[in-house]
Design a protein around this ligand. Structure first.
Ligand SMILES: [Zn+2]
Length: 490
C-alpha cells in the first residue's frame, strides 16, 4: 500500500503548470530562451508557493536536449528520462537548516569543479532555507557565487530573504515569488478534483483554499485530509474540524487574557487543546483571531458580532496596551511551537500575561475610574430634574405621565444606566422613544461620551398592584425584561 499525497502527485513538472508567479516564470523563460540565465539566484517567497518546484523545473529545462518552445523540459530526451541516480549527479538539493556550517558548505563547493556526466551540460545546486546558513558559511560561498564554473547554477531558496547578507544578495539575481491568491488556489483544487473524479461542495473548497493562507501545499494537504475521511464516509468530521475557527473558545481565550483572568484563560486553553490536540493549529487559529481583532479594533469596518462584543467590552484599554499584550502572547506562541514543552510553555505565557503585576495596573485604572464616576454622580444628582424637564419638553405626549414618573440612574465602571419608573400607559407611550432619550442623555451630559449608555424602563409598582391583574403583571414583567435586555444590547 503506497500513499501518494496530492502535493506530490500534482507537483508541477513544467513552467506552464506552476500556479501564479507569472512574473518569475516569464523572467526565467526569457533567460532560457536567450540562454542568458544568472548563475546565482535567490528565490524567495512565502511557504508553499513553489520555490523549490520552480528550481527543479529550471534545472530540468536547462539540461533538456530538446526543450519544447525553447524553455519547457520535453520529458522524452535522454536527459529528461534519465534514471534517478544519473540525475542525482546533476541536481543537488541541500537543506540550509540542517547543513548550515562552514565545513558542509566547503564540501559542497568542492564538488562544483567536476563536470556533469555527458550528455548533461549543467549542475544545479539548490540550498533550501538558505537564510539559516551561518555567516562563515556565507563567506565561504562568496567567491563561488560571484564566479561559479560555467557548468554550475546556484539557487538560494528562502522564506526570509532579508536574512541573507547583502554581500551575497548583491551577487545574486533575486526572484520574488508571491503569495498565491485564494481564488487561484481554489481553481487549482477544482482542476485536481476533476482529474480525481471527486465531487466536493464549492464552499467547502473555498474554505480549504482560505484556510491554506496562500499556500498551495497547505491547501493540498488539507484536501488530502478531507479525501482520507471521505473514503470512510466521515467527511462531516472534516467540516467540524474546519469550523473550529468559528469556535467561540478562541475569542473567550483572548477575552480572558485581556481581562487578566488567568484561571479562566488557562481553562479555555486546556479545553481547546483537549479538543484539537494540535498546538500548532490552536495557536494558528488564535493568532488569526488576534490579527482580526486588532484590525477590527482600529477600524471596525466589517459587521462582526463577536468582535463588536469584544471591542465594546475592552474599549477602555488603550490600543497600545492591547497590542503589547497580543505581541507578547504571540511571541510566546512562536517559542512554544518550537519547544518540546510547547503546551506547558504557552500555559506559562497565559499566566504571565494575566499576572498580578498587570492586575495592579488595572486596579489603578479602576481607582481612577471610580473617582471619575464620583464626579459624574455629583453632576447627575445636580441635574436630574433638569433632565426630566428636557424629556418632558421633547416628548410632550408623555408629559403627564413623566410628571409622576421616578427618574433615577446607576453608574457602573464604564456603564451608565438611566432608569425611569413610570405607569404602564406611560411606559407604552415612551418605549418607542428609547433612542431619542439616550441621545438626550448624550447631549445633556456630554461627559458620558466614553460610557456605555443604557436605558431601563420600569413599571411603577404601586400602579401595578392597584390597577393590574396578576396575569397582566406577569406578562408585563416579561416584557420589561425583554426591554431591559434590548436596552443593554444598545
Ligand atoms: Zn528533454
Amino acid at each position: 500500500m503506497s500513499f501518494q499525497s496530492l502535493a506530490q502527485k500534482y507537483r508541477p513538472a513544467k513552467f506552464s503548470e506552476v500556479i501564479g508567479q507569472r512574473f518569475v516564470v516569464s523572467s526565467l523563460k526569457g533567460g532560457l530562451l536567450k540562454q542568458n540565465l544568472p548563475r546565482a539566484m535567490i528565490f524567495s517567497g512565502p511557504r508553499g508557493t513553489g520555490k523549490t518546484t520552480i528550481c527543479r523545473i529550471l534545472a530540468k529545462a536547462l539540461n533538456c536536449l530538446n526543450p519544447v518552445e525553447g524553455y519547457e523540459p520535453c520529458f522524452s530526451c535522454y536527459n529528461c528520462s534519465a534514471q534517478k541516480d544519473l540525475v542525482s549527479m546533476t541536481y543537488f538539493e541541500v537543506d540550509g537548516a540542517s547543513y548550515n556550517g562552514v565545513e558542509v558548505v566547503r564540501e559542497l563547493i568542492s564538488t562544483f569543479q567536476s563536470l556533469p556526466p555527458k550528455p548533461f551540460q549543467y549542475k544545479f545546486y539548490v540550498i533550501d532555507e538558505a537564510h539559516m546558513l551561518s555567516n562563515s558559511a556565507f563567506n565561504a560561498m562568496l567567491k563561488s557565487i560571484e564566479e561559479p564554473p560555467s557548468h554550475v547554477y546556484i539557487a538560494l531558496v528562502t522564506t526570509e530573504p532579508e536574512k541573507i547578507p547583502t554581500t551575497v544578495h548583491s551577487r545574486c539575481v533575486h526572484f520574488e515569488l508571491e503569495a498565491v491568491p485564494t481564488q487561484l488556489i481554489q481553481q487549482h483544487l477544482v482542476t485536481i478534483l476533476e482529474r480525481e473524479s471527486i465531487k466536493i461542495e464549492e464552499n467547502l473548497l473555498f474554505e480549504i483554499a482560505k484556510l491554506a493562507k496562500n499556500s498551495i501545499r497547505d491547501a493540498l494537504t488539507l484536501l488530502d485530509r478531507f479525501l482520507l475521511l471521505n473514503q470512510i464516509g466521515e467527511e462531516n468530521l472534516f467540516t467540524k474540524w474546519l469550523n473550529k475557527s468559528k469556535d467561540n473558545r478562541f475569542i473567550n481565550l483572548l477575552d480572558y487574557c485581556l481581562l487578566n483572568d488567568p484561571e479562566n484563560a488557562l481553562k479555555n486553553f486546556k479545553e481547546l487543546m483537549r479538543d484539537y490536540s494540535d498546538l500548532g493549529f490552536v495557536l494558528k487559529s488564535f493568532s488569526e483571531l488576534c490579527s482580526e481583532f486588532l484590525s477590527y479594533f482600529v477600524s471596525p469596518n466589517a459587521d462582526n458580532e463577536r468582535l463588536t462584543y469584544l471591542k465594546q467590552k475592552h474599549r477602555h484599554i488603550p490600543v497600545n496596551e492591547i497590542t503589547k499584550k497580543i505581541i507578547e502572547i504571540l511571541n510566546f506562541g512562536d517559542l512554544a511551537l518550537r519547544s518540546t514543552f510547547g503546551e506547558t510553555l504557552f500555559e506559562a505565557c497565559i499566566v504571565q500575561v494575566t499576572s498580578d503585576v498587570r492586575k495592579k495596573d488595572d486596579q489603578a485604572c479602576e481607582v481612577a475610574n471610580l473617582e471619575k464616576t464620583e464626579a459624574f454622580r455629583e453632576n447627575i444628582n445636580n441635574n436630574l430634574e433638569g433632565f426630566r424637564e428636557l424629556v418632558e419638553k421633547e416628548l410632550p405626549a408623555v408629559k403627564p405621565y413623566l410628571k409622576k414618573a421616578e427618574f433615577s440612574y446607576h453608574v457602573g465602571e464604564r456603564d451608565f444606566y438611566l432608569v425611569i419608573k413610570i405607569s404602564r400607559v406611560g411606559l407604552d407611550l415612551i418605549k418607542n422613544s428609547k433612542d431619542r432619550i439616550l441621545k438626550m442623555v448624550k447631549t445633556f451630559w456630554p461627559n458620558f461620551e466614553n460610557y456605555h449608555l443604557n436605558f431601563e424602563l420600569q413599571v411603577d409598582a404601586i400602579q401595578k398592584q392597584t390597577k393590574l391583574k396578576e396575569n397582566q403583571s406577569r406578562l408585563l414583567t416579561e416584557f420589561e425584561k425583554k426591554l431591559i435586555d434590548g436596552a443593554e444590547k444598545i
